[in-house]
Design a protein around this ligand. Structure first.
Ligand code: SF4
Ligand code: SF4
Length: 350
């Protein structure tokens, strides 16, 4: 929880109280100059992760946010957990939780509605505000760390008392404000490297160092589409879309997942998201029900999900997958046919 001062009626405290009332876990406010240092960190990261320059190109927008928003004076940073949601059994361990419970643009999600309400409240207070719900208006982990909401651990995830199963949001404002929080979270245990050891593709190659280009989350979503020729595809194991391994193995996440509440639409959608049903999925169902939620892939990229599903079947091959794999050999998508042919050859199917 944020430290709250109920007797102080400053703008900062009014904002914080409203945020907590709306269900946010924490709220801090930093002057924009506290973002200094992020650019340097980003450059360091690009240098360490060979070939990742292209990937991080988009992050340059975050480094230079003041060019786009010269009026910005402070940043409101908030955290909200998603660990209260139930993960349906059939997709557990196959689809990463952050995507399953993605509140960024889902109008049915109460967190999304609360974010809208908070934005309205900020405007009612007379503030000029700007946010980017999908990808952050500033570097979110950096801002949250500077606001004292938690810490970044060796797996690069940001942790609060709720573990790493949280989403960070930020709003730029045109008023100079500051409301720093304090965290008492312990650092990673001295010799712990569980997350690094567990990473199936060695994307997380050392503490605080991750090459996004070899991360399963990248390779099964918006990156890496040549899975038949992707040497790491066999390391994706059970994962079809995203990967939670470096968070799941972390002792600091022990007991943090509550999973006692339904997220809107997830229970109804999950039977369609098994590997076999992804391969059966028609385009209109995908476009209406799946793509709007999993927006990293576009309306015409159902084939990417199907390639991921075939890769899972290859990795965890069972005879009952045969009919799905053979059917996929006749798919209208060339990439799906190619992947299915590769899987057929590997497992002696004709
Ligand atoms: S999400 Fe998965 S692949 Fe990516 S760094 Fe973590 S463990 Fe490695
Ligand atoms: S697994 Fe260990 S080293 Fe990795 S983030 Fe968790 S506590 Fe830190």
């Amino acid at each position: 929880m944020s430290n709250v001062n109920f007797s102080d009626n400053s703008m900062e405290n009014q904002i914080q109280r409203k945020a907590l009332e709306l269900g946010y876990e924490k709220c801090g406010i930093i002057p924009v100059d506290m973002m200094e240092g992020y650019g340097e960190k980003l450059d360091e990261r690009i240098e360490k992760a060979t070939g990742s320059g292209q990937f991080y190109q988009g992050q340059k927008r975050l480094k230079n946010f003041q060019e786009q928003y010269p009026w910005a004076k402070s940043i409101i940073v908030l955290t909200v957990p998603y660990s209260q949601y139930k993960v349906p059994e059939e997709i557990s361990g196959h689809i990463a939780k952050a995507y399953l419970f993605d509140t960024r643009i889902d109008e049915q999600a109460e967190e999304y509605q609360h974010s809208q309400l908070l934005e309205n409240h900020l405007k009612e207070l007379g503030l000029r505000v700007e946010t980017n719900r999908k990808f952050g208006v500033v570097a979110l982990r950096w801002a949250a760390m500077k606001a004292g909401l938690g810490i970044i651990r060796r797996n690069n995830f940001f942790y609060t008392e709720s573990g790493s199963w949280i989403r960070i949001e930020a709003f730029l404002t045109d008023q100079k404000m500051e409301l720093l929080q304090q965290t008492t979270l312990p650092a990673c245990p001295k010799h712990c490297d569980r997350c690094i050891k567990a990473c199936p593709t060695t994307s997380l190659c050392e503490a605080y160092t991750m090459n996004p280009l070899s991360c399963v989350s990248f390779l099964t979503t918006f990156g890496g589409r040549d899975l038949p020729n992707e040497p790491m595809a066999s390391n994706f194991g059970d994962w079809i879309y995203g990967c939670d391994i470096c968070q799941e193995v972390c002792p600091m996440n022990q007991g943090k997942w509550k999973g006692d509440k339904d997220f809107p639409g997830v229970m109804a959608l999950s039977p369609y998201l098994t590997a076999e049903n992804i391969l059966k999925m028609d385009e209109s169902y995908y476009q209406q029900n799946v793509q709007p939620k999993f927006f990293y892939l576009s309306q015409d990229e159902l084939w990417k999900w199907q390639v991921d599903a075939l890769n899972f079947m290859d990795n965890r091959y069972q005879e009952h997958f045969n009919s799905s794999i053979l059917e996929a050999c006749e798919s209208k998508y060339e990439q799906v046919r190619e992947m299915a042919d590769t899987v057929c050859k590997k497992h002696g199917l004709t």
